[in-house]
Design a binder for this molecule. Structure first.
Ligand code: ADP
Ligand code: MG
Length: 685
């Protein structure tokens, strides 16, 4: 249970004064549902208001604060702006310009002959000075309300930075003083303020590096501590050793030799499985590196050892695909393989459940449905989670907390930089499949400007005429899934004009059954082109599809582009990727697309992506499974993460874990940063 002291922070955002329906919407769009969300919604920049005694042309373009007195008004009867002529103490003139407002309003704001403290951006207009819509026009006795430095917040339509700043101030007021969780020596060395002070300071002065560092550190510390607690509790659990007698693995006839990386990884996994301590291993391997085979062999070890194995896929499509390929691969062996997804109902489902409980089914493949309460295993020994990035730390913790502590193998094709691996999977051991099976032809990638779309359509026509298949990925529209869909539908319509029924369409808003049907049709080559939004991103395997067109490639994250591109190049033939780019590109966008053209090495792409633009996409909410950091920026990770990791370890190894004084404080931090699944786990363990 969350400590009561945090309750004021976890109240709904409407608990703050002055939040009516008009503000509720923009706050909701920003994902600020609770007071704590507002508190952690940090400013990204600031403006400095330069105090001035005198108007000066040289300040043009700057934001100044100055005392002015209105001397006359000019408004062009109803249309055009209202201009308030005002002077400084020396008699220099400036016009305060208001568009669209009622003239009476400006007169009330700055009555003739009365001095006002005015702040805004000074500009010149011909030979004259002006200020368009000054930010502040205050009576002198209220001028204290104007901060010299003002925070700029990430905003959404309907809320201003000033409003956000007021809400932040309220949330800071509600924030409690919290006992210190940082190791005293570390705190002193870094000269960090206490937590609440840091929070107050960052909202008052976004340039306050110490305050920001401290808050970022706290977030990382909570994250690392949670991961370590998971690891510790998992280590403390008694699982079961699964040695295996090789009878199934020896009977398996593979059409090819294992790559060196596969052989090494399997040895690592076998070593883990042979221990009673449950395995916690992450298998990183680029798209096409052959993770499925590794998973299959691991599951065979479990079955040889007398246990059952389950493979969890992120989507229905992938679950069925895994089922098919594992049945093909393991077909000759005396074992029973079954599939279970949310769509299986009635007798089919009953049959699977009975087979599982009786131990007749040795390997189960499916979606989340396979961990529902009603699904009882006779003896689950190994869980494999595919496409790990779809599952967050919290879900992994829950999985670990379940049942008899099976061994866990998580697999991901999303290459992430080292620092992020530590933050996302710090509780796990890591194996890497850093070698591709032989015989792969590299994918040739080209970047093409969008005004050459007709040529792309011609290229597609030739490709289809030769019996090839293709993906056509539609632009990612930020606003909503709905607009993604509209773009995809429009493109499908256009292509149907040329290619007729050869064109299939999938998008996130389709019913799962319809989506599957279309995917199925594509994989059976009943469609030549599959127009899609990013729903095809993960794992879909159609070897005959050797062309992928990605529209507005500049709007995708590099990691995502890499994933998408990985849909082709899966068969023997040569594959092509056409990245269509918008008309005007920033330097960074250019560099990013050039990198895609240059390399297919996912890890290199990930490192460069992090460097090129900060880890926005990697760390952001789009990939919901990743550790989402709100306070720590990507640039801070490199320096702070190792320190946070060490400090978390120190707390556990030397300072008595969560039970000591510092531990009690750290427990609060876990709740504050919503990494409390770690605490729950300790209790259940
Ligand atoms: P991913 O890592 O993306 O899940 P898969 O497991 O789907 O990759 O493997 C991609 C393809 O490579 C499959 O068609 C698989 O049969 C093939 N493959 C896997 N291992 C080898 C190997 N050692 N030699 C040749 N082909 C392999
Ligand atoms: Mg795979």
């Amino acid at each position: 249970m969350r400590p009561d002291i945090l309750n004021p922070l976890f109240a709904e955002v409407t608990a703050l004064k002055g939040i009516g329906p008009a503000l509720a919407k923009p706050l909701d769009r920003l994902g600020l549902a609770r007071v704590v969300d507002v508190a952690f919604h940090l400013p990204t920049g600031w403006v400095d208001r330069l105090p001035r005694d005198e108007l000066d042309m040289a300040d043009s373009g700057r934001i100044i604060v100055i005392t002015l007195t209105a001397v006359s008004y000019r408004s062009s009867n109803g249309r055009g702006p209202t201009r308030v002529q005002a002077t400084d103490a020396k008699g220099n003139y400036v016009s305060l310009v208001y568009f669209g407002g009622h003239p009476g309003w400006a007169k009330k704001l700055a009555p003739l002959g009365e001095p006002r403290r005015v702040s805004g951006k000074l500009e010149h207009y011909g030979q004259d000075l002006q200020m368009v819509h000054p930010d502040y026009v205050l009576p002198l006795d209220e001028a204290g309300d104007m901060a010299g430095r003002e925070a700029i917040y990430p905003l959404s339509e309907g809320i201003s930075s000033r409003r956000m700043s007021q809400l932040a101030a309220q949330s800071v007021e509600r924030a409690p003083d919290l006992a210190e969780w940082i190791e005293p020596g570390l705190l002193a060395k870094n000269e960090w303020p206490a937590w609440r002070e840091a929070l107050a300071r960052i909202h008052a002065d976004p340039a306050d590096a110490k305050a920001h560092e401290r808050l970022a550190y706290d977030e990382l510390f909570a994250n690392q501590l949670a991961l370590m607690l998971v690891r510790q509790s998992s280590r403390a659990r008694k699982g079961r050793a699964l040695a295996g007698d090789r009878r199934l693995r020896d009977a398996l006839k593979l059409p090819y030799d294992l790559t060196g990386a596969q052989a090494r990884t399997i040895r690592e996994i076998e070593g883990d499985l042979a221990q009673a301590q449950p395995m916690l291993r992450l298998l990183q391997g680029d798209v096409g590196s052959g993770k499925t085979l590794v998973a299959a062999l691991a599951m065979l070890v479990a079955v040889e050892g007398g246990a059952q194995a389950a493979l969890l896929a992120p989507t229905e499509i992938l679950a069925r695909q895994h089922y098919e390929s594992l049945r093909r691969l393991l077909g000759g062996l005396p074992i029973e393989i079954a599939v279970l997804t949310g769509r299986d109902k009635g007798r089919v489902r009953e049959g699977v459940l009975m087979g599982l409980a009786a131990g007749q089914i040795h390997i189960l493949i499916g979606t989340h449905a396979i961990f529902q309460e009603t699904v009882a295993y006779k003896d689950l020994g190994l869980v494999v989670v595919d496409e790990q990035h779809r599952f967050g730390v919290a879900q992994r913790m829950l999985l670990q907390a379940k049942g008899r502590s099976p061994h866990l193998l998580a697999m991901t094709a999303t290459p992430i930089p080292r620092t992020l691996t530590l933050a996302n999977y710090g509780e796990m051991d890591v194996s890497q499949l850093d070698e591709m099976p032989p015989g792969r032809q590299p994918i040739e990638t080209r970047v093409i400007s969008e005004d050459r779309l007709p040529e792309v359509v011609e290229a597609l026509a030739r490709h289809l005429a030769e019996g090839g298949q293709a993906y056509w990925v539609c632009p990612l529209v930020e606003e909503s899934e709905k607009s993604d869909m509209a773009a995809a539908e429009a493109r499908a319509e256009m292509l149907r004009g040329r290619f007729g029924d050869a064109v299939g369409l999938v998008h996130g808003r389709m019913k799962p059954a319809d989506k599957d049907a279309t995917m199925q049709a594509f994989s059976e080559a009943r469609h030549g082109v599959l127009v899609a939004t990013t729903v095809i991103e993960v794992g879909v395997d159609v070897p005959n599809a050797t062309l992928i067109v990605i529209e507005h490639a500049d709007r995708f994250g590099l990691a995502q582009l890499h994933q998408l591109r990985g849909r082709v190049g899966r068969g023997g033939g040569k594959s092509n990727c056409l990245l269509i780019r918008g008309g005007s590109l920033s330097e960074t966008s250019r560099a990013r697309l050039a990198l895609m053209r240059e390399t297919t090495d996912g890890f290199r792409i990930a490192e460069e992506d992090l460097r090129l633009r900060g880890a926005g996409e990697l760390l952001g909410t789009r990939q919901s499974g990743e550790a989402g950091f709100r306070l720590a920026t990507p640039e801070m990770l490199g320096a702070l993460l190792p320190v946070a990791t060490d400090d978390a370890r120190l707390l556990i190894d030397r300072d008595g874990g969560l039970d000591g004084t510092r531990g009690q404080a750290a427990r609060t931090a876990l709740y504050l940063f919503e990494r409390d699944a770690g605490v729950a786990l300790l209790r259940s363990g």
